[in-house]
Ligand binder design. Structure first.
Ligand code: FRU
Length: 579
């Protein structure tokens, strides 16, 4: 399960460090250093005239990787690794070649053993030949976003702009494992149904397109749009090469223009993942970047800018060291009201969702409470929240690892469902809660409701209406004299230990507190690729990735050690989000 991440970290660990990384004072295009990857004089070349929209590259998952380079008029325009199929492909990667219509494309492979026959099966098409099957594969989550083709990891640039929610994501369009980082791009009106609109950012001579964020520059402080037509501006790390922070902008939410230089030069080593927000009281922008300090010390650097283009360092906050991943990668930074009070607090998280609550004066974040646990499940990572959300909600989406690369799959990985974050008061102080966004209610199809069921010690209660692969289940339970409660949904056991107030699912355990009245409230979202579990009014969020066989259906409840009550049980079957 950790395999992909290990491979990924191993790649990152071999990257050049500090001394070779600092960006020259004047930006120099590093052309030729990386993108020109073909070093065989006799490398096979296939020349075609671009006539159609797509170049189709045959992929066999697990085949040896070849480095493919595409040149137009002698200039390299695309370069990537691909597990090129020699025989029958598992799937085709689609590369948009419409910008070069009428021009010659030179396609070469620098694999030592590559022969021209390897390139024979590359072809061009105007239609998507797999359109019928796309999004309808048996292993695809029914209500979790996953890319049509290729691998995804982190969500990027979450922003609401001109009537659409944008979801950019770390994307490998050419394979189902991590690599070739692009920013994929999907849009939605409701955060649930997504339309992919092609790659927003392609790797360039500064590096591959690593994670980052997006804002709407409402006052046009950057001058990249106008006040009547404010630009969307996104920030990314040019990874694996210059490790600088880059910027791109758009005024239509589709076409992105990269700014002509990195906006933040390399600070240290493989620093990355810029999160940019507007700090209204100071009328300036704030960027938070993860920076690895000496001795593997994680830190978050805060920078400020008035125009999004010129940034200066404001402060540094240290996190964990090495494998202590507190404040490691993918910062997220925002302010929330403390529910039921006049107070507001700032929250800073890293990729593993451990967080700090504190105050911020526009320059320095001062934590009041540190190292709080965010999610308590498995493989929910690098989450980010929406900028410019029209209803003022703080909505989060995380990368949710799924085991979706088997059987020649043409896609892999997914996002979590969108979650609403709140800062609620608890006896221990303010804490973040996560609950499913209300738009998910629109996926409800069939509904069964039961109330006041006595769960007799040891007797199985079988709920109606759970005969589907996608389910939403909401229940309130009173354990009374029972020592444990077992909920089995689609064959997955959810075990509640009453004395410990602890929930255990598939080897993962976390505390789920009973309310003052001794009740346990639970919300479960169940898909083919796992369960997202919410308890204690969202104070516990436990995503559990697990492939659930299609034939596993149904829902049962059982109390042991004594009787318990099921006060309320609502079971909804959910519709698929896919067209
Ligand atoms: C987190 C991360 C980021 C990086 C990206 C690369 O999963 O490692 O730090 O920008 O993935 O894909």
């Amino acid at each position: 399960m950790k395999k992909n991440k290990w491979i990924k970290l191993a790649i990152m660990a071999t990257l050049p460090m500090a001394s070779t990384l600092a960006l020259p004072a004047k930006p120099v295009i590093l052309a030729g250093q990386k993108i020109v990857i073909n070093d065989r004089n006799d490398a096979p070349v296939k020349t075609i005239t671009a006539e159609k929209k797509w170049l189709l590259l045959p992929v066999k998952n697990g085949a040896p990787k070849q480095k493919i380079e595409i040149r137009v008029q002698g200039k390299p325009v695309r370069a990537f690794d691909i597990e090129l199929a020699k025989g029958q492909p598992d799937w085709y990667a689609y590369l948009d070649i419409s910008t070069w219509k009428g021009q010659q494309l030179e396609i070469t492979s620098n694999d030592e053993k590559a022969v021209s026959a390897d390139l024979d099966a590359i072809k061009q098409e105007d239609r998507e030949l797999d359109a019928q099957q796309s999004y309808h594969e048996p292993n695809r989550g029914l209500f979790h976003f996953s890319p049509k083709r290729g691998w995804n990891n982190d969500p990027n640039g979450l922003v609401y702009y001109k009537g659409e929610y944008h979801l950019f994501f770390q994307h490998n369009p050419y394979g189902v494992q991590w690599g070739n980082m692009h920013w994929g791009h999907a849009v939605s009106k409701d955060l649930i149904h997504w339309t992919e609109v092609g790659e927003a950012l392609y790797p360039d001579s500064y590096g591959t397109m690593f994670s980052g964020s997006g804002v709407v520059d409402v006052d046009n402080t950057s001058g990249l749009g106008t006040t009547s037509n404010p630009p969307m501006v996104v920030f990314y790390t040019a990874g694996e090469q210059s490790w600088t922070q880059g910027m791109a902008y758009s005024t239509d939410g589709r076409k992105f223009t990269k700014f002509d230089r990195p906006v933040v030069p390399n600070i240290k080593r493989d620093n990355r993942d810029p999160k940019v927000i507007w700090y209204a009281p100071g009328k300036h922008w704030v960027m938070v970047v993860w920076v690895p300090e000496a001795n593997d010390q994680h830190s978050m650097h805060f920078l400020t800018s008035t125009n999004l283009k010129d940034w200066k360092e404001a402060s540094v906050l240290k996190g964990g060291i090495g494998n202590d991943r507190y404040l490691f990668e993918c910062p997220e930074f925002f302010e929330l009201p403390v529910e039921g009070t006049q107070e507001k607090k700032w929250i800073l998280t890293g990729a593993n969702s451990q967080y700090a609550i504190g105050s911020f004066d526009g320059q320095t974040f001062v934590p009041e409470i540190e190292r709080l646990n965010g999610q308590r499940g498995r493989d929910f990572y690098a989450s980010q929240t929406y900028n410019n959300e029209p209803n003022g909600r703080r909505i989060e989406i995380g990368w949710w690892r799924t085991h979706t690369d088997g059987n020649g799959s043409k896609f892999n990985q997914s996002m979590s469902i969108p979650l609403e974050l709140k800062l609620v008061q608890t006896p221990k102080g303010p804490r973040l809660s996560r609950t499913p966004i209300k738009e998910l209610n629109n996926l409800r199809e069939n509904h069964q409701n039961v109330s006041a069921v006595n769960l007799k010690n040891g007797q199985l209660f079988t709920a109606k209406g759970a005969d589907a692969e996608a389910l939403e289940i909401r229940t309130t339970l009173t354990p009374s004299n029972a020592s444990s409660i077992h909920i089995t949904v689609r064959g997955v056991d959810i075990f509640y230990n009453v004395a410990e107030q602890e929930l255990s699912v598939d080897g993962v355990s976390a505390r789920a507190e009973l309310s003052d009245k001794g009740k346990l409230d639970l919300i479960l979202y169940v898909d083919r690729t796992g369960l997202e579990i919410f308890a204690d009014q969202g104070l516990l969020f436990m995503p559990i990735n697990k492939n659930i066989p299609a034939e596993n259906k149904g829902l049962t409840l059982k109390a042991t050690g004594g009787d318990a009550q099921c006060d309320q049980l609502n079971v909804y079957t959910l519709k698929s989000i896919w067209p």
